[in-house]
Write a protein that binds this ligand. Sequence first.
Ligand code: LLP
Length: 425
Amino acid sequence: WPRTSARADGALTVGGVDVRDLAREHGTPLYVLDEDDVRSRMRDYATAFADSEVHYAGKAFLCKEMVRWLEAEGLGLDVASGGELAVALSVGFPPGRITMHGNNKSAAELTRALEAGVGHIVVDSYDEIARLGHLADQLGQRPKVMIRVTTGVEAHTHEFIATAHDDQKFGLSLNTGAAAEAVRRILALPQLELVGLHSHIGSQIVDTAGFEVAARRLATLLVEIKEEHGVVLPELDLGGGYGIAYVEGDEAPDIKELADGLREIVTKVCVEAGLPVPRLTVEPGRTIVGPGGITLYEVGTVKDVEGLRAYVSVDGGMSDNVRTALYGAEYTAVLASRESEAGPMLSRLVGKHCESGDIIVRDVHLPADLVPGDLIAVAATGAYCRSLASNYNYLPKPAVVAVSGGVSRVIVQGETEDDLLRGQL
Ligand code: LLP
């Protein structure tokens, strides 16, 4: 739950505001973000990683106001598409503090990043190295680039969000020699300035051992690059992926311990090899914005499926939170609009979409006297809920055309970036 959440008159309050008032004023479903919680987590990172860079991963949740908070708290930003970059630039975020990611950045996205003067571009394939070299040449620029290295670490998380084993789409493999080949190709291109290596092993990872193995492997690659090419790369970007607690009993890594551990490993490898200690960057997303967000829903029906459980249907579902359907994610939910003395009722919190997989919380105990009109709050929905709902990474939805008799005509217009930014205050 958000750091400021409490109970007053039986109802949940967040940031000093009663959720009943929020539902009355703004309707449900509603995402509620505890600004103090989010900003204090930004500051926690800035303190723990005081001698490093902290680039918030915008994919977790991004909007103009979030960008303003980041700027005020002195953080940088990781963007994964032209759309995310556009959000940052629209409120004047300093481009030098932006890192551009993506496994398939288009020429248009790369051009935009170059024209804006983003601080770093993380390259993810040989094709992209060639594409970026060509574009930089045309624009007369020499961007700072990093190589996304696939370190071979098996992250203990859901298959869809593990990103450091070889058989997935991101990065250039350490094991197969692709990362070393990427170094050679970039060093051969005078238009690109290779400044470092990047690794992101996956998301919602609780065991910090994987991050440490990846950091050691990246630092070792720095040493090998020095030996092979005589080049000392000054930066390492260790990605994000740190887990948060979703349900009671979940563990979450301590950020300060994590920071100290990573710094120590990189320092040791580099100092032993006589290399200067590189500047570190981390890219947390979920840990910054996840815990401070809740989603409010109104109960519409309560159906007792005899002998099994109650199905509690609310006015949202997989359209505002697809994580349960997609990853089997777990959440905590409570009755938020009043106190109840009734006993617990094994429930499944479900949405209103036409799919039986439209589940928000698979197993949760809610009070047995739950009735239509009650408000339910789901915790820790600040990250990857609004953003996955689903113009993920600010990708506009495509147009629809009807074709007939050799002719095509638009029947639904494709969205534009302006469409996606409309309504952001
Ligand atoms: N850096 C890079 C290069 C990334 O790809 C990601 C996440 C992050 C940083 C931030 O990771 P975080 O600290 O937020 O775990 N939709 C999934 C999560 C996908 C994460 C993708 N990349 C979910 O809802 O669990």
